[in-house]
Write a protein that binds this ligand. Structure first.
Ligand code: ADP
Ligand code: ZN
Ligand code: ZN
Length: 801
């Protein structure tokens, strides 16, 4: 007897293990590890992943696998063991690790049906079922009949049928051809009534070319024939219809010209050499490619991949929020054409599935994608590239809480291939590792166009206030903008989006309320009008006047894009503005359309949030304005300065990328803050030194690793006391070197009437950390049904909320 060990799709701590099932004889030669199967589980049927096949089982009475869902394994051996690794490192369930590696289409959908077994005459069943044998569960639910049905199920009058729906649908098109000879067609045409000229036109197509095989849609377009006309020809057996599978191609209506490798500059040559060496030597190494925007990093990626392809291997390129940078996709498609698959969140479920299948079938050799593309099922990787490696979107904020960089290095070691992390503003963690030679540092200092970086003016908004200017545009920015309108050059205006919470600031002196114990700004909580520190729990009322200068202009801070747009209309009535924010880019493709309009110079000003910071590379942009550099600086997050620096540097990089020189105006209430000052000077290395100092003092990464536990409960006291217990337990488990903080309220202390408390662990090396966290999780998840506690554990968190 052959037995399959299966991970089932029930995500609880009790079911986070394999279950054994007998493989029925007819599937014996078919079922392999890495395939999805349907298995019975209690009264239900659910999806599972086969992990292992073995000869016997400890369990006596085994059920049989219902059926496989795949023809070939969807997870290869590497991904199966990566799943194990993820499960351990991020403390997620096996199932969620496997699901994260596959396109959504492969996640099962469950349905329930009710089937009548006896007593069809019963009035009440008749009312529900009518003449039908089966109805969908929702139908009964809508009618509010669940209690009665429950009884009927118990007495076996009705049976519940559980269905597993495979959403991995292939897209089919209807192709039309004929089996008739030319003379037969000719006769048929003559026989058609004179008013059926559309049908005639259709048949004529096949008379001209009897081998013609055309999609129904194309045929209709070509002949303007109606659905009915074609239908009638099929009925008369003059035409035949067949289904054919096609890939959904999100880029089908785009044309990509082809580009060739550019001759590299000397600097580029010295940077690419070690990468190529590792590729050809088949050796793993992690490189940090540090180079300002426009220094030719992408060209390095492209030419490294060329080498990989020449060796018949594959490449993964991660790009943040790729749907937002169509220009990036374009560069890869232009160089590698059909070998490129693209995976990002802007695609439909079906499109993603098709791109994934191109990879699985080895039709694509290069995948350009967002975070989850790191799991592309390649078997012969030659390089993994992460562009803008500092981006926090590489960290997944739900289970499994993995960071794509860690997966990249894991896979790079497995495949013995280089991993290239690229950035103009590397994360502190990565730069520190490069300095310690854990990663190999490669530097590009020069911009390709030999243009200097744009000149940056930092405007002190407090001065504007004092000078009586209450507008959100400083005099400098207004003047520069006016100039651009005159010269018909383009401007990008950047509004830093507020975080989940906001801070209180004095409009006169720029003073921001800080926690006396943590050196982190306090968070304003609108619902009780309090200021809070979420690191240590310190709390205070919102002051009515500034503790620093006694001004009364101290208030909650934040401006919306809409308000800015109105102000632009007032100040510059002739200017045409494109606004890009969550409101205007909600629809699929809206982002690209807006960008294209800007590229075609249909507007003078592009106004937006974070989403415009990346990838914009238009020659006519000569001015970048940052309306409020401070908003992100005061988020309650130890990475606030780093994020501010990165963002400011990145937006500044949008100006003057081509022949025209660029200028940048940064408006701020805290011009003396080092991350704003140094972003103005575009001096990453000095920023790095300064920020490292702060991190050392605060005992934060990269000096310490951190892990964050968030505990929620409906009852405030319960949330606090459980967090207290967990904190105490962790203190007992870990060494004296670990710093364990808590319990303290989360920056969002209540969501959906659940109170949220946190325990923050800072550590260097703690062998017992993962086992201790597992214990905590297991203990509380078993209780969760009875006690209503939820606990989330984030090892290496990027969101401190
Ligand atoms: P980065 O990725 O660092 O921002 P890019 O690779 O996009 O830089 O290069 C900036 C510009 O310079 C692009 O327009 C690119 O086509 C061009 N470029 C890059 N390398 C070369 C080269 N060796 N010769 C000529 N132009 C180049
Ligand atoms: Zn003040
Ligand atoms: Zn504090």
């Amino acid at each position: 007897m052959r037995i399959a060990s299966v991970i089932v799709d029930v995500q609880t701590i009790q079911t986070n293990r394999t279950y054994d099932y007998v493989i029925p004889d007819k599937w014996l030669s078919h079922i392999q590890p890495g395939m999805r199967v349907i298995v019975p589980f209690g009264p239900r049927k659910i999806q599972g992943f086969v992990i292992q096949i073995k000869q016997d089982s400890e369990v006596k009475k085994l059920k049989e696998i219902v059926k496989p869902l795949d023809l070939v394994p969807v997870l290869n051996d590497e991904l199966l063991s990566l799943g194990e690794w993820l499960t351990e490192k991020t403390l997620c369930f096996h199932m969620s690790a496997f699901q994260a590696m596959l396109p959504t289409a492969m996640k099962a959908k469950y349905d329930k049906k009710l089937r009548i077994v006896q007593d069809r005459e019963d009035q009440y069943f008749y009312h529900l079922f009518g003449k039908r044998e089966e109805i969908m569960w929702e139908h009964a639910e809508e009618k509010g009949l669940l209690p009665q049905l429950q009884k009927a199920v118990k007495s076996e009058h009705i049976e519940v049928i559980y269905l597993v729906k495979n959403r991995a649908n292939k897209k089919m098109v209807q192709m039309i051809r004929t089996e008739r000879s030319k003379s037969e067609l000719g006769t048929a045409i003559e026989k058609l009534p004179s008013n059926a000229y559309r049908q005639k036109k259709v048949l004529e197509q096949f008379l001209l070319d009897s081998e013609l095989r055309i999609s129904r849609k194309a045929l209709m377009e070509k002949t303007s024939a109606s659905q009915a006309a074609i239908e009638s020809l099929i009925k008369k057996k003059l035409l035949v219809i067949e289904k054919e599978e096609i890939y959904r191609d999100p880029y089908e209506d785009r044309h990509f010209k082809t580009t060739k490798a550019l001759p590299l500059t000397e600097e580029q040559q010295s940077v690419i050499k070690p990468i190529i060496e590792k590729i050809t030597d088949h050796v793993h190494e992690t490189f940090l490619l540090y180079g300002v925007t426009g220094s030719g990093k992408t060209e390095i990626y492209l030419q490294s991949i060329e080498q990989v392809l020449a060796m018949n291997k594959e490449a993964i390129v991660l790009v943040p929020e790729i749907s937002l940078t169509p220009q990036m996709v374009q560069r890869f498609k232009e160089r590698f054409g059909k070998l490129v698959a693209v995976l990002h969140s802007g695609l439909s479920i079906g499109e993603k599935y098709d791109e994934w299948r191109k990879i699985q079938r080895k039709e694509a050799k290069v995948v350009v994608g967002a975070r989850s593309a790191i799991f592309a099922p390649f078997e012969n990787l030659g390089i993994i590239i992460i562009d803008e490696e500092h981006e926090t979107s590489y960290k997944q904020e739900e289970n499994p809480r993995y960071h794509a960089r860690d997966i990249a290095i894991y896979r790079g070691k497995n495949h013995r291939c280089p991993v290239v992390l690229g950035s103009a503003t590397p994360s502190l963690e990565s730069f520190a590792r490069a300095k310690k030679q854990v990663y190999q540092l490669l530097t590009l200092k020069k911009r390709m166009n030999n243009q200097d970086l744009p000149s940056v003016a930092i405007v002190d908004m407090r001065e504007e206030m004092r000078a009586g200017n209450r507008s959100m545009f400083s005099r400098e920015l207004a003047k520069q903008l006016e100039l651009r309108l005159e010269r018909k050059e383009q401007t990008v205006l950047f509004l830093n989006r507020r975080g989940h919470s906001s801070f209180i600031m004095c409009r006169d002196c720029g003073y921001v309320l800080q926690c006396p114990h943590c050196d982190i700004s306090l968070t304003y909580h609108r619902y009780n009008n309090q200021m809070k520190c979420h690191y240590c729990g310190y709390e205070t009322v919102v002051p009515s006047q500034c503790p620093e200068c006694e001004s009364k202009h101290i208030r909650y801070f934040g401006t919306g894009t809409q308000k800015v747009e109105e102000e632009i209309a007032k100040l510059f009535p002739t200017a045409k503005t494109i606004r890009m924010d969550v409101d205007t880019t909600g629809k699929k493709g809206a982002h690209e359309t807006l960008l294209r309009r800007f590229q075609e110079e249909k507007a003078d000003i592009l106004l937006g949030t974070q989403m415009i910071a990346k990838g914009l590379d238009f020659p006519n942009i000569t001015l970048v304005g940052v309306l409020s550099a401070d908003t992100m600086l005061h988020l309650p997050d130890f990475r606030a300065s780093e994020k501010t620096f990165q963002l400011l540097t990145q937006v500044s990089g949008r100006a003057g990328r081509h022949d025209l020189k660029g200028e940048v105006v940064i408006q701020t209430y805290t011009p003396e803050h080092y991350s704003i000052k140094l972003a103005g000077e575009q001096d990453f290395e000095r920023f790095y030194e300064q920020e490292m100092l702060m991190r050392k003092i605060g005992a934060y990464p990269p000096f310490y690793f951190i892990a964050l536990l968030t505990i929620t409960h409906e009852n405030l006291m319960k949330a606090v006391s459980i967090t207290e217990k967990i904190t105490a337990y962790m203190r007992r488990q870990l060494s004296k070197q670990a710093i364990i903080l808590g319990p303290s309220a989360s920056p969002i202390p209540r969501i959906n009437n659940r109170y949220r408390y946190q325990c923050l662990i800072k550590y260097k090396k703690e062998e017992k950390l993962i086992p201790a966290l597992q214990k905590v999780r297991n203990h509380y998840q078993k209780q969760s049904t009875t006690e209503g506690v939820t606990i989330s554990i984030d090892v290496n968190p990027y969101m401190m909320m």
